[in-house]
Design a protein around this ligand. Structure first.
Ligand SMILES: NC(=O)C1=CN([C@@H]2O[C@H](COP(=O)(O)OP(=O)(O)OC[C@H]3O[C@@H](n4cnc5c(N)ncnc54)[C@H](OP(=O)(O)O)[C@@H]3O)[C@@H](O)[C@H]2O)C=CC1
Ligand SMILES: Cc1cn([C@H]2C[C@H](O)[C@@H](COP(=O)(O)OP(=O)(O)O[C@H]3O[C@@H](C)C(=O)[C@@H](O)[C@H]3O)O2)c(=O)[nH]c1=O
Length: 282
């Protein structure tokens, strides 16, 4: 399969490169997602038989003051890429987020549940989802959550940095979701892409780590596994003000992903152990 990936240095893109080194990867230098026409031209010139979009504007708080850039990168350009793929008759695989939901209730969100994002990032990702669907081609939108890996920026690395400086941290305990190792997302994306190439219908699916936890418990487990004696104090979201509101309930229901693609939720605690081991070697 000749696979083209938008993204090169991000968490998921790097894990895709490790699992599928034969794929072509377009970084920002060759495909800037603020320029949809240039990205479409790069896609058309590639001769790819399938496309995964692993690039996105992911700075949740900064997006509140850069809504136009976030909207272009996460909304309009994915729509343009999906339309190009539809024209070419090749599958388009796109990644989205738990932050498209408003976080109400306590049951896991199903793919067909209504989206109601709380902030600019979530709105831009919801717009991207809608544009990809409207393109009318064969596609999968894979929503995931709380991504972590040894590379790039993520909560685990933030906690390790802060934990090296302080022995006590205050972390929100009322937001619940599934931390997801980027390497597992990459493997899921490759399996889904193969299934689409083999004729699977596609649609919107969820993929998130288990068991569901809070950011505070995620932090605690990180320090436990890393052997750091840092105490984590549970706090409410209101006690940690941020420019963007985050959903309280970020749990994602994976039933249809398991039925249609045979993918089950990865245990994030095992993924965390592998990431911490990799970080020791960096
Ligand atoms: N991180 C998370 O916790 C979650 C992520 N997701 C989704 O998963 C996908 C992958 O995320 P993840 O791997 O964590 O992302 P990262 O934040 O690790 O990386 C984002 C990538 O997008 C690239 N990018 C940003 N802006 C542009 C642009 N204008 N043109 C070209 N490339 C650009 C960045 O390039 P550069 O390195 O040059 O800045 C970077 O390589 C995204 O769709 C994201 O929305 C979903 C749920 C959770
Ligand atoms: C650093 C820190 C954060 N927090 C809180 C703030 C926030 O509610 C939560 C997570 O903070 P972060 O800013 O690291 O995570 P955030 O950028 O919100 O992570 C999100 O990224 C985007 C891209 C997604 O799509 C989401 O699935 C999710 O992974 O932890 C604390 O309570 N204490 C702290 O010391």
């Amino acid at each position: 399969m000749s696979l083209l990936v938008f993204g090169q240095s991000g968490q998921v893109a790097r894990e895709l490169a490790a699992l599928a080194p034969e794929a072509a990867f377009l970084g920002r230098d060759r495909a800037d997602l603020t320029d949809p026409a240039a990205c479409v031209a790069a896609l058309r010139a590639s001769g790819a038989r399938a496309v995964i979009n692993a690039a996105a504007y992911t700075a949740v708080d900064r997006a509140e003051s850069e809504p136009d850039i976030a909207g272009l990168v996460n909304g309009q350009t994915p729509g343009a890429l999906a339309r190009a793929c539809a024209d070419l008759g090749i599958p388009f695989v796109h990644i989205s987020t738990d932050y498209v939901f408003d976080g109400s209730g306590s049951t896991p969100w199903r793919p067909g549940d209504p989206v109601a994002p709380l902030g600019v990032y979530g709105r831009s990702k919801a717009a991207g989802e809608a544009a990809v669907r409207a393109a009318g081609g064969q596609h999968v939108i894979l929503r995931t959550s709380w991504v972590f890996s040894a590379h790039g920026t993520n909560f685990v690395k933030t906690m390790l940095r802060l934990g090296a400086e302080r022995s006590h941290l205050r972390v929100v305990a009322d937001q619940t979701g599934g931390p997801t190792p980027a390497t597992e997302i990459a493997a899921a994306l490759l399996r889904i892409t193969e299934a689409l190439r083999a004729g699977a219908a596609g649609g919107t699916y969820h993929y998130a780590g288990a068991p569901a936890t809070s950011w505070a418990c995620f932090a605690r487990e990180t320090f436990r596994q890393a052997g750091l004696s840092v105490t984590v104090e549970d706090i409410a979201s209101e006690a940690y003000p941020t420019p963007a509101r985050r959903p309280l309930n970020s749990r994602l229901d994976m039933a249809s992903t398991e039925t249609d693609f045979g993918l089950t939720a990865p245990d994030w605690r095992q993924g965390l152990a592998r990431v911490l081991a990799a970080l020791k070697g960096i």
